[in-house]
Design a binder for this molecule. Structure first.
Ligand SMILES: N[C@@H](CCC(=O)N[C@@H](CS)C(=O)NCC(=O)O)C(=O)O
Length: 465
């Protein structure tokens, strides 16, 4: 299941001043700029579709060939729409011929020719309104593992070729998404009616912004670290992600100014998977730090070490000459990943079906018990020293603390767990300037999706019994 985009009929006959049909209704003056942005940022296959319409005689002797090979003898005049050119399964039959094969009207407008050559994996020439009639489009999409899509639609005209293609796609089993600010029609009424039909019968209408919301570009101007911001050092992060949180904490602690680029992973387009970001990190994961000198570094633990090496202000790793202290910090630093790994399966509680799946319930319970065991180690460390790896705040604290804070956000009750040292440790952290600076949005209190409560409420044990 992979998204694909159909960009339909951006041809001279519809869009150039000399064209035979004037498309006048655009939802935005930025129609072409939107399609440009859409093509640049779309995270899937892109197909440019163009029309070539023949004479009536041609269609009489070449009835539409459906995807299953069936040739219908139905004529336009037999349809409920009569001779109306709005009949979705038909083709252009008006007196004035448009998109005549070989004519300049049938050519892409220059922008579309450029986008097609740069971004499209396929160009389909259709002879009917629907791009699925008498073409290999469906087969091609299936060969490309598009599955049920979703298929996104942009182009012209919303009420004819876009709607006809979307309707056919719906009945072929695709999920339909029409981009309201990337389609146009000959009148506003036709445009609005077409979008309503999509919403009512076939799929969803959404805006370009909803699809490819630009990564939010939050500069920490205004915060205590803003003064030195120079626009270059950038951190790509996901809100609430432990790896990103670690790095943000250390950047704040060391008072290193940086530009924050939040990537969203729950939007229709997962921003960590858009081409632009995959060029930064082919794994599509955050955090990634781009430093002032252009150094690009991924992997949170590596970034913490990098910051410690290249930004020695406010040291978080003891001098190697103090071998015992240095070694302990290194050890605890990497141990923090054990905690992270221990509770990974607790997140299975996010899925709706955990109750019905015995194996999932077992994994969740095991994860919870392993987490308790892991936390026990850290409770012990904090009974031995003020910080997790000794008397000084260290890189190990920065690696470990977001794991603890995350669990608390998900409902872990430290008092109930008998983890008093960890409770006191957490209370200390939330009061620090760096703790406040790096706190993920919405993490001021326990999340509504309180995962650990489901465990405390005994659902898992009951199901297990
Ligand atoms: N080992 C990596 C793990 C990074 C990672 O898994 N990041 C997740 C957030 S917790 C991510 O960016 N996911 C985005 C995605 O998979 O699309 C690190 O420590 O940096």
């Amino acid at each position: 299941m992979a998204p694909a985009l159909l960009v339909i009929d951006l041809q001279n006959d519809f869009l150039s001043p000399e064209g035979q049909v004037r498309v006048k209704a655009f939802p935005t003056a930025n129609f072409l700029a939107n399609i440009d942005q859409l093509c640049q940022r779309f995270p899937g296959k892109i197909i440019f579709v163009r029309s070539e319409y023949h004479s009536s005689e041609h269609y009489h002797s070449n009835p539409p060939l459906r995807d299953d090979g069936f040739r219908s003898s139905i004529r336009l005049s037999d349809s409920p729409g009569g001779k109306s050119t709005n009949f979705l399964h038909g083709t252009h039959q008006a007196k004035r011929r448009i998109c005549v094969p070989g004519s300049s009207g049938a050519a892409f407008i220059p922008e579309a020719a450029d986008w097609a050559s740069r971004f499209a994996q396929k160009v389909v020439t259709k002879t009917w309104y629907s791009a699925f009639t008498s073409t290999d489009l469906h087969q091609w999409l299936q060969d490309q593992d598009v599955g049920d899509g979703p298929l996104y639609f942009a182009g012209l005209t919303a009420n004819n070729c876009v709607l006809a293609t979307a309707a056919d796609a719906f009945f072929l089993g695709y999920r339909i998404r029409v981009l309201e600010d990337c389609v146009g029609a000959t009148s506003e009424k036709l445009l609005i009616d077409a979008l309503k039909k999509v919403e009512r019968y076939y799929g969803h209408v959404l805006s370009l912004k909803q699809l490819v919301a630009p990564p939010s570009d939050i500069c920490n101007d205004g915060s205590t670290f803003s003064a030195k911001y120079d626009g270059k050092r950038t951190l790509y992060f996901v809100n609430g992600s432990i790896p990103s949180w670690r790095v943000m904490l250390l950047l704040a602690y060391k008072k290193i100014p940086y530009h924050r680029k939040r990537l969203r992973v729950m939007t229709p387009v997962r921003e960590t998977r858009v081409q632009e970001y995959l060029e930064v990190n082919p794994r599509g994961k955050t955090p990634v730090l781009i430093d002032e000198d252009g150094t690009v570094i991924a992997e949170s633990m590596a970034i913490l070490e990098y910051l410690e090496t290249y930004y020695p202000e406010r040291r978080t790793l003891p001098d190697p000459k103090d071998k015992a202290a240095h070694t302990k910090v290194l050890e605890r630093f990497h141990e923090s990943e054990n905690l992270h790994n221990a509770f990974e399966d607790v997140e299975l509680l996010f899925a709706d079906d955990w109750k019905t799946k015995q194996d999932q319930r077992k994994r969740i319970l095991d994860a919870y018990r392993n987490t308790q065991k892991e936390l026990g180690f850290w409770e012990t460390y904090l009974s031995e020293s003020e910080h997790v790896a000794g008397s000084s705040l260290s890189i190990a604290d920065f690696a470990m603390y977001p794991n603890l804070a995350y669990l608390i956000h998900r409902g872990l009750d430290l008092r109930r767990e008998g983890l008093d040292r960890l409770k006191e440790y957490h209370e200390r952290w939330i009061k620090t300037a760096w703790g406040r600076d790096a706190l993920p949005e919405g993490y001021e209190k326990v999340a509504k999706t309180n995962l650990i409560k489901k465990i405390y409420d005994g659902h898992l044990e009951m199901e297990e019994a």
